[in-house]
Write a new protein. Structure first.
Length: 219
């Protein structure tokens, strides 16, 4: 089996990093969903390769489950929300595009700073890929903060989970099949509940823009 070199890892992390950056630029919710599916496909392929390398049937099952849940089921649920509530063009942000790109550049530079230097000890030969994984974590968090749409915020949370998985993969942190399946189960249940909750919000307020909810007060 062909080993995954630091160069290949860096290439994979670059694609993952690019996916979350384009999530900030995407003007349609459908585009954000597509980018999440592409991002998750890369994660699933990496986990599948790792499971074959470890010759573990349970890890293979976990990798296949990752593909089914993240690449097929979750995008299906979100696509259903988009079609049901006509949310294709409801993407909006607190910062405009130029300011968003500046923040992304600063977060990326911060991930390469000495502040995260101690983390490179986990994989000194994969320092660049590890720094990109950290940048993906930070940018995913910013996606949750900067988006006004609840759907995009939910995708941001899932993207953050992918970023954490990619960081663990690059750092060589061991994960069990049971843990991965448990996380997938949590994601599936969370998406189902979040979809129902989002539908309730839309029926009541006619929008999934969280800024519309500012007038709510405790009685």
């Amino acid at each position: 089996m062909i080993p995954i070199t630091p160069q290949i890892l860096f290439f994979l992390e670059t694609m993952l990093f690019a996916s979350v950056v384009f999530m900030h630029i995407a003007k349609k919710n459908s585009g954000v969903i597509f980018l999440y599916a592409a991002q998750s496909l890369i994660i699933a392929i990496a986990l599948f390769y790792s499971s074959l390398k470890e010759a573990s049937l349970l890890l293979v099952v976990a990798a296949v489950a990752t593909f089914l849940v993240k690449v097929i089921i979750v995008p299906y649920f979100f696509s259903g929300l988009i079609k049901k509530h006509r949310l294709q063009f409801s993407v909006s942000t607190y910062l405009n595009t130029p300011m968003t790109l500046i923040v992304l550049a600063l977060l990326t530079a911060f991930s390469y700073s000495h502040f995260f230097g101690p983390l490179t000890i986990l994989a000194p030969d994969k320092e660049n890929a590890l720094s990109l994984a950290i940048a993906m974590v930070l940018i995913s968090i910013f996606l949750i903060i900067n988006r006004k749409g609840a759907l995009s915020q939910m995708v941001g949370i899932l993207s953050l989970e992918n970023a954490i998985v990619s960081f663990a993969y690059v750092a060589g942190l061991e994960t069990t099949a049971g843990l991965q399946v448990g996380i997938l189960f949590d994601i599936f249940i969370w998406v189902v509940i979040a979809s129902v909750f989002a539908s309730m919000i839309y029926r009541h307020f006619g929008s999934l823009n969280v800024s519309v909810l500012k007038h709510l007060k405790e009685e």
